[in-house]
Design a protein. Structure first.
Length: 365
């Protein structure tokens, strides 16, 4: 451990005395707590997406930060948001659902595992009302039980209007930009408010095609640049295809998620998982696919072979996978192997410019 610089210590003490209301100067030495520390995560329901976001075991979205889930219609944004509420309640926290689309299915929330009797549901129509409600929630949490986990899901920002939009004539100038202005002002305040609290704030947002875009990302999101700037994590979801049963009925879809912005770990990582309409994310099904991709579970015909936690080779079919994971020691063994393969280890790369290849990649690949 390096010796702290004496002058730096003097400056830290002086600054903390000057700003009496709260501490402002820290050393990132791992000894003292700092505002940059992320102590807690809320799972998305998908192990592979959790690892892609946080790059650590038992991760997910960060508490005390803002997360955006964006995508085209029917890409699973609300479903992943519902899983976040379920995981919050599982950890003893309070789930808050702010609905602007009037499209909440109580039956589906219950099927996923959300306790709707204890979920706070708010129906709000304007951006101003949304942020006033968030501010009130944060203030009350501070007063009553600041140690209680709270996850606020705003579904969705794209569907919310502003008070100016509701009152303005569409042929008048100015109303179209009012939403971005309101969100920009609110985000600066809300980001600071939740940063020191045990609160996770999640927005779903709709992707829209950029008119005239010839290069780069062909999509943009509603509400201007404030949310993309203030969000610690932005996750883009895409429906890769339908899942059908033996009678050709559509029972789910395969979701491709890409972490397009990430302050918790390496960005631009992807995760794929099945999502069923009657049960939500099939997390265990995605485990087997990852073990197969990394050569841990080998396939021969309809059979899989791999080593268990005792080093013995086992043989099974995909239909038996859930039953295999009922053995908790075997399940932990599989989870550890997945983490070992998926988590990126930070090392100094001994590469020159000639050793690096730039590849343009899109979600459509």
């Amino acid at each position: 451990m390096s010796v702290k610089d004496e002058l730096a210590g003097v400056l830290a003490n002086s600054l903390n005395k000057k700003f009496k209301d709260y501490k402002v100067a820290y050393f990132l030495d791992g000894v003292q707590e700092t505002p940059t520390d992320i102590k807690e995560f809320v799972s998305t329901g998908s192990t592979m997406l959790d690892l892609a976001i946080s790059n650590r075991p038992n991760g997910g979205i960060a508490v005390g930060r803002i997360t955006e889930l964006n995508g085209l219609e029917s890409s699973g944004k609300s479903l992943v948001g519902a899983h976040l509420l379920k995981e919050t309640q599982r950890k003893g926290g309070v789930a808050v659902y702010i609905d602007t689309e009037t499209a909440v299915s109580e039956d589906f929330l219950e099927v996923i595992g959300v306790d709707i009797n204890n979920m706070l549901y708010l129906h709000l129509e304007t951006v101003e009302d949304i942020f006033e409600a968030i501010e009130e929630i944060v203030a009350k949490v501070r007063e009553s039980d600041k140690d209680r986990l709270v996850t606020i899901l705003v579904d969705s920002l794209a569907a919310a209007s502003t008070k100016v939009e509701l009152e303005a004539d569409f042929d008048k100038d100015g109303w179209a930009t009012s939403k971005a202005i309101v969100i920009s002002k609110a985000m600066r305040k809300i980001t600071q408010m939740i940063g020191r609290q045990r609160i996770a704030l999640v927005f779903t947002n709709q992707l829209r095609v950029k008119l005239g875009a010839m290069f780069g990302d062909p999509y943009t999101t509603s509400g201007g640049k404030a949310l993309p700037f203030h969000a610690s994590t932005r996750i883009r979801l895409k429906n890769k295809g339908q899942i059908k049963d033996s009678k050709k009925n559509v029972i789910g879809m395969t979701i491709l998620a890409q972490v397009i912005k990430n302050r918790l770990g390496p960005p631009l990582r992807k995760a794929e998982f099945p999502l069923y309409f009657e049960s939500g994310v099939d997390d265990e099904g995605s485990w087997l696919q990852v073990l197969k991709e990394h050569g841990i579970a080998k396939v021969g015909g309809s059979w899989y072979t791999m080593d268990d936690h005792n080093g013995n080779q086992i043989k099974f079919q995909s239909k038996d996978w859930s039953q295999k994971l009922e053995d908790l020691e075997f399940k932990e063994h599989c989870y550890d192997m997945i983490c070992d393969k998926v988590i990126l280890k930070y090392t100094k790369a001994d590469l020159g410019i000639d050793d690096v290849t730039l590849v343009e990649e899109s979600m459509d690949e």
